[in-house]
Design a protein around this ligand. Structure first.
Ligand SMILES: Nc1nc2c(ncn2[C@@H]2O[C@H](COP(=O)(O)OP(=O)(O)OP(=O)(O)O)[C@@H](O)[C@H]2O)c(=O)[nH]1
Length: 942
């Protein structure tokens, strides 16, 4: 019973809102006020919601239109397949710039599994609809040529603390002849630049140079530092995001030629055959994604650096790095972040035509071996063994003492040699017989205009620019100002005379003690320094501004470095120095500023004369070179009204009189005179006719002339109304004669017609304006073009979408985006023995395989920094289509035209672009890059 009571008590009454009373009133009032508040905002500040400035609106409109138009490109039919091949990103840059680190960081960002040893292409899924293949470019002209042919995007790395190196410009130059992939610059080693001022300057100069080379506004990322061997996560994330959403414009030649970049390779030759004859022909298979257009089973292919081969067999395989199956809204899950890099030892299980390959986990899988399990160890050792005993012996080393020199088999067999060339034996010279260009390349390399700098035991090839490009030389630019000797530029004899006179005066003044405290000169020099500082500040602010206009990535990445930190570093540095030589310093300072006073004054004078423009002269055409009395130093000796035999002292009176006299005889040049020769005087009746047609009353075409039209209409009306006679209104007694009625009606009609004509005219004008300027969807020419391209793309896709792969292969070949395995038979053994996964293995389909000897005529034009002339006999590298020939000597030279002999093919036979590479002279300044036009043996130079 008691329980029941408690239950009843626990049941609480529901709250009932009050409908009347003080509180209810208050609530109602509050609710009402809230509504009023909303309305009141708009009512109180109507201007905020209204159209209030025509100029502002016009500017906004113009800006919007500008942005819209900038985005417009000529629409191209999108021929990318439904599942396109991975986007190919080449990471290019000089040695030790951070290429491997960047690839590792990007791989880690997208796949969470770091790569220990990056070799060859690495394919990763970066988003629901995007996968990318990253490949590091060797610092080798051939690698650069091959990658420039196929890359969609090139990440150009530059060591900002060192400046631009030759490799960057070589690559850019090569890219120009291959249809320029998208280029993105990345500055690394920014943490090695110590002061914030230097950092800003470096960023600015490098950015502007990069913009001149690529295009103004090209994206440049800053990687501001490295922590534990990794770039800052935020910056890598930004870069990754950029890469994974970037759009690419198809390059015509590339998209119309089938090709693939091999990301895996197998030697299928029978091992017994190889044992019997190591130089026997091999059967090899290469794997990769088809790019460009479908690859036909019957076409021949070219492997750059190797030659032409016929496809023996081709099959398509399941995609080893597939995109997520259904496009969902969520981000990728771990399982979907696939990574595929067989050359680097990552690839999982691969099902082949007749085999299944299981990835053993690379070198790491064997590290966790169980020492007790002997049988397992034997198997692992057997698996690991790849060399015979004598080969192993050749590689084995013997060390007698810790830290002592290791003895190798070579050392033992040829002890004498070691003594002679002790240093040389430690150098590992990498040969590249497959390309067979080592010697030629070294010659070529030596031909570039570059400065070889030894830095930390390695050789770097710093780019040397012309004097006009001096801003590029960061090191020079960032040198402290007093270090750079400023040689006054003396332009003509007049300057020289003036200078010598100035220096005479100064000397005499110094001798006479007139410049005892030198306050005047100090003032001058200080002023120039100040102005330099101001310039610097301006430059910096410019740099900031322009870097703000950079891509979002660069903005974010800029935040990576704290300028304050650098400044504080700088300060503490300075403080230390200051405390050490405080006393000396003061003394030195007082002595130092007295040094070279005359020279500094000369410089200051020249700088002033050359930098300042006389506004008075510009406006009035008067140039008075005399010093005003007030400017004259008080204690300067004035002999016969002259100072130092150079300046004549002019009194204020004299000066005034002279100016008056001069200005009386002068024409006022700041005004535009109506009678000046080129301007017509429109007040002259003879010239009036020229402008009278500019007004409504002017004589236009008859169809447009308002007066003529009115007359015409009036005439028509009068002829119509002729049929009515005179009559009298009997009610009002008003008499209507023919003329009176006519007059009234005429007036009315004319008014009506006037209005109608005007309305019609307005309507026509509006229609014309709409047609020309309105960009409503589907109405403009651009939209129509875009629409038709989209329609075509849709049609293309719909035809093939539901077609089974087998049928499709029969119908059109192996489509782009398919992962295929191509088998070649009877390939020379060098292909296998010289195979290096770090070189891009490119396989490109050939349209014609016919061999020929051909000539190409070349017209030489000057390229920006290639100004020397090719000589006959100069070695050049020739690259045509997929083909990359060895260096060839130039055949002959004719005046401006050069004739090159190609030993095998002409661009005509290939039906494709070709390009031609070479140094300008043996002591020359760089490369010459040429491009052939399709089917045209005449070559044009960029
Ligand atoms: N301080 C600093 N060091 C860096 C930076 N980027 C890379 N490094 C270091 O530079 C060295 C070379 O980096 P890698 O990634 O091997 O350079 P790489 O371009 O792949 O070198 P190669 O393959 O030999 O041409 C490594 O020790 C990196 O840690 C950077 O921004 N700042």
């Amino acid at each position: 019973m008691s329980n029941d009571v408690t239950n009843v008590d626990e049941k609480k009454k529901a709250h009932r809102n009050r409908h009347s009373g003080r509180k209810a009133e208050k609530k109602k009032q509050k609710a009402k006020n809230d509504v009023n508040q909303e309305i009141a905002d708009k009512q109180r500040n109507p201007k905020a919601f209204a159209f209030n400035s025509a100029v502002g609106a016009e500017r906004r409109f113009r800006r919007k239109q500008d942005i819209q138009t900038k985005k417009q490109h000529i629409p191209l039919v999108d021929r990318t397949p439904i599942e396109p091949p991975p986007v190919l990103i080449a990471v290019v840059g000089p040695p030790k710039v951070g290429k491997t680190t960047l690839i590792n960081n990007l791989v880690k960002l997208f796949s969470k599994s770091p790569l220990t040893n990056v070799k060859g292409p690495v394919t990763i899924v970066t988003g629901k609809k995007r996968r990318v293949t990253l490949i590091e470019c060797n610092n080798d002209v051939n690698s650069m040529i091959d990658l420039a042919k196929i890359a969609d995007l090139a990440l150009l790395l530059c060591d900002a603390s060192f400046g631009f190196e030759m490799e960057i410009f070589e690559f850019l130059n090569i890219c120009q002849v291959h249809g320029m992939p998208r280029i993105m610059g990345i500055l690394t080693h920014l943490d090695l630049i110590k002061t914030s001022k230097k950092l800003k300057n470096t960023k600015k100069t490098l950015k502007h140079r990069f913009w001149t080379e690529v295009y103004p506004g090209a994206k440049l990322f800053y990687l501001s530092g490295i922590i534990h061997g990794e770039y800052l996560r935020n910056e890598i994330k930004n870069l990754g995001r950029f890469i994974s959403i970037m759009k690419f414009r198809p390059l015509t030649w590339r998209m119309s030629h089938s090709h693939l970049l091999a990301d895996r390779y197998e030697d299928l030759t029978n091992l017994e055959l190889i044992r019997q004859s190591p130089k026997c022909d091999r059967n090899v298979s290469v794997y990769g994604y088809i790019r460009g257009i479908p690859l036909n089973r019957n076409s021949s292919v070219h492997i750059p650096g190797f030659g032409d081969v016929k496809i023996h067999d081709i099959t398509y395989l399941p995609d080893p790095c597939p995109l997520p199956e259904v496009a969902k809204k969520r981000a990728l899950i771990e399982k979907e972040k696939v990574i595929y890099a067989p050359f680097s030892g990552v690839g999982g299980i691969v099902y082949d035509k007749d085999a299944v390959y299981v990835e053993l986990g690379g070198s790491h899988s064997h590290k966790n071996r169980n020492d007790d399990d002997e049988t397992k160890n034997i198997v692992t050792n057997l698996i690991e063994t790849k060399e015979t005993l004598d080969v192993k012996m050749q590689h084995s080393e013997l060390q007698l003492f810790t830290g002592g020199k290791k003895l190798t088999a070579e050392d033992v067999s040829d002890l004498q040699k070691i003594n002679d060339n002790n240093e040389k034996t430690h150098q590992i010279i990498k040969t590249n017989d497959d390309i067979g260009l080592n010697e030629e390349l070294t010659t070529l390399r030596n031909c570039y205009k570059e400065e070889i700098i030894k830095d930390d035991g390695r050789t770097r090839r710093k780019v040397i620019f012309n004097s006009s490009d001096d801003e590029m030389d960061i090191d020079d630019e960032n040198k402290p100002e007093q270090e750079a000797p400023i040689e006054p530029v003396i332009k003509d004899n007049k300057d020289r005379e003036v200078l010598s006179k100035v220096s005479n005066i100064l000397k005499s003044l110094e001798e006479k003690g007139a410049l005892k405290n030198n306050s005047d000169l100090v003032h001058v020099t200080k002023k120039t320094e100040d102005s330099e500082d101001e310039e610097d500040a301006e430059q910096n602010s410019d740099g900031q501004e322009s870097s703000d206009t950079d891509n979002e990535g660069s903005i974010n990445s800029e935040s990576g470095i704290s300028d304050h930190e650098d400044e504080s570093f700088n300060l503490s540095d300075n403080e230390e120095k200051m405390s050490n030589d405080d006393d000396d310093h003061d003394e030195k300072m007082t002595v130092k500023w007295k040094e070279n006073l005359t020279k500094r004054a000369q410089e200051a004078y020249l700088a002033r004369v050359h930098s300042k423009k006389n506004i008075m002269k510009l406006v009035y055409g008067i140039f008075d070179n005399k010093i005003e009395e007030s400017d004259k130093p008080d204690d300067v000796n004035v002999d016969d009204g002259e100072i130092g035999g150079l300046f004549k002292v002019v009194s204020r009176e004299q000066q005034k009189r002279k100016i008056e006299k001069d200005s009386m005889n002068l024409t006022e040049s700041s005004l535009l005179m109506p009678w000046s020769s080129n301007v017509e005087d429109y007040t002259d009746p003879e010239n009036k006719w020229m402008i009278q047609d500019c007004f409504v009353t002017g004589k236009w075409k008859e169809s447009e002339d308002a007066n003529e039209l009115l007359k015409l209409d009036a005439a028509e009306i009068s002829s119509d109304s002729d049929e009515f006679g005179d009559f009298e209104d009997l009610e009002t007694g008003e008499k209507f004669t023919k003329d009176a009625s006519h007059k009234k009606e005429d007036a009315k009609e004319i008014g009506k017609i006037d209005k109608n004509a005007l309305a019609e005219k307005k309507l026509k004008l509006k229609q014309k304006f709409d047609a020309e300027y309105d960009n409503e969807a589907g109405s403009s020419y651009y939209d129509e073009l875009k629409l038709s391209a989209e329609k075509q793309a849709e049609l293309n896709k719909s035809v093939f979408e539901n077609m089974p792969d087998d049928l499709r292969v029969q119908f059109e070949g192996y489509r782009p985006g398919m992962y295929v395995r191509i088998e070649f038979q009877g390939v020379p053994a060098e292909f296998v023995t010289n195979f290096d996964p770090t070189y891009p293995l490119l396989v490109g389909a050939l349209n014609l395989g016919e061999e020929n000897i051909g000539y190409v005529n070349v017209k030489i034009k000057k390229h920006r920094w290639h100004k020397k002339i090719l000589k006959s006999g100069d070695p050049v590298i020739v690259s045509l289509g997929w083909r990359r020939f060895q260096t060839l000597p130039l055949y002959s030279k004719l005046e401006d035209d050069l004739k090159f002999r190609f030993l095998k093919y002409t661009p005509e036979h290939l039906g494709c672009n070709g390009h031609f590479w070479g140094p300008i002279t043996p002591q020359g300044t760089g490369f010459l890059a040429l491009q052939t036009c399709e089917g045209n043996p005449e070559v044009c130079i960029l």
